[in-house]
Design a protein around this ligand. Structure first.
Ligand code: GLU
Length: 438
């Protein structure tokens, strides 16, 4: 055991220092900084304020020794990046993925700050993650790892300081374990408001599960009005069939659009005549993937981005639309369900080609918006109806879209720059109003 302990620090350092691999050679934090630079120029903030926003306020790196099913101990590395809390507690998800890195969580936490400011909800931005492959772990291993991570970050999270939520490959199950561990550690009474995205049985909100996809569909509806797109005649391609991708596809289908291609980590499928999302989901539940769905052609995760369609929804990971393939995007509208799917170079190409992008920090902000509703219900010990949640979400998303669109009009910049400029303006105003102490 002692020898293993010595090895832990090597592994720990290696995993922190190692560069992102594979398709993730573009550093997401450099992308986030570039976007911040652009936005700062647009609204003219001073260097000091820019520098405050260019770094997270705090990052915690934790080692997570976990007993695996074969009785060996495996030490995972986890992070929690707290970017900014000028407008309210840090807020943002926790992801489980082999490609999680310190720069990825830094970028994602900055994007959460912008997202909450655009949604105009009283939160700042945070993000957490564990470097792991949850698909190769048993439920018991996941539970022990999650609880140990919750214990490791317990002192920096809390209902009024930092409120985590689900993200890539985490969901209600993980949120329950974190809520239970935190509650047991911090006074041993139930504290549902420490985390959102919980199952209904322990204070989750109706509508939270579908919220990211539903919110995205509202922003698509608003963008379609501006662009003169008839959703009943529109076609949709969705890269990524996790929580956000599935519900985005389903809700756009409900609005009358035809989904012609979807994909997941195993590959993609297409059908010009339309893919029934309910049946594709059932196929994925049965077989583990959308691949092989009867009546469809198979396509790759790269090809899906170039599908002939009206609306493209990247709903997987970062850096999917890059300078190498942006010119081949044929959609009129890109609605980003994923965080960071488009690089700054690709943004310019899409803008030049008159393709509107509803940026991640706007398009997928429905998730955190309903997280906010969940938190309010928990603090007040209330339960709201699904209709109430959905109509409040619609109002919030419509307002956020219109605020970003007006900013884009005012400064004559693309929707990404407009959204971040709007957010930076709101956050800097909060920082200035509070002042520096001491
Ligand atoms: N992980 C989601 C996001 O990236 C939800 C965050 C939350 O609900 O706090 O927006």
């Amino acid at each position: 055991m002692y020898i293993q302990h010595l090895n832990i620090s090597d592994f720990f350092l290696n995993s922190i220092m190692s560069e992102p691999t594979d398709n993730n050679t573009i550093n997401p934090f450099s992308v986030a900084l570039k976007q911040l630079d652009e936005a700062s120029k647009i609204i003219g903030i001073d260097k000091g304020m820019h520098d405050v926003l260019a770094q997270p306020k705090r990052i915690l790196i934790v080692s997570i020794p976990t007993r695996m099913d074969n009785d060996e101990i495996h030490v995972f590395t986890g992070f929690r990046s707290q970017h900014n809390d000028a407008r309210g507690p840090f807020k943002g998800g926790i992801r489980y993925h082999p490609q999680v890195s310190i720069d990825e969580v830094k970028a994602l936490s900055m994007w959460m700050t912008w997202k909450c400011a655009i949604a105009n909800i009283p939160y700042g931005g945070g993000k957490g993650g564990i470097i792991c492959n949850p698909k190769q772990m048993s439920t018991g291993e996941l539970e022990r790892m999650t609880r140990r991570y919750a214990y490791a970050i317990a002192d920096i999270i809390g209902p009024h300081t930092d409120i985590p939520a689900p993200d890539v490959y985490t969901g209600g199950k993980e949120m329950s374990w974190i809520m239970d561990t935190y509650s047991a550690l911090k006074g041993n009474f139930v504290q549902p408001e420490v985390i959102t995205g919980k199952p209904l049985a322990i204070g989750g909100s109706l509508g939270r599960n579908e919220a990211t996809g539903r919110g995205l569909s509202f922003t698509v509806r608003e963008a379609a009005k501006k662009l003169g797109i008839n959703l009943r005649a529109a076609t949709v391609a969705v890269q990524g069939f996790g929580n956000a991708g599935q519900f985005a596809a389903q809700l756009l289908e409900e609005m009358g659009a035809k989904v012609v291609a979807v994909s997941d980590s195993q590959g993609g499928i297409s059908n010009k005549n339309g893919i029934s999302i309910g049946s594709a989901r059932a196929h994925k539940e049965k077989t583990g993937s959308v691949v092989g769905f009867p009546g469809s052609n198979s396509i790759s995760n790269e090809e899906i981005l170039e599908t002939d369609c009206t609306i493209l929804v990247p709903a997987a990971l970062e850096n999917q639309i890059t300078k190498n393939n942006a010119a081949n995007v044929s959609a009129k509208l890109v609605a980003e369900a994923a965080n960071g799917p488009t690089t700054p170079e690709a943004d310019e190409i899409l803008h030049k080609n008159k393709i509107m992008v509803i940026p991640d920090v706007l398009a997928n902000s429905g998730g955190v918006t309903v997280s906010y509703f969940e938190w309010l219900q928990n603090l007040r010990r209330e339960y709201w109806t699904e209709e109430q949640v959905n109509s409040m979400l619609d109002k919030k998303m419509t307002e956020a879209f219109s605020d970003v669109y007006d900013t884009h009009d005012k400064y004559q910049v693309n929707m990404r720059n407009a959204s971040i400029a709007l957010a930076v303006g709101r956050v800097t105003e909060a920082i200035k109003t509070r002042g520096l102490w001491p």
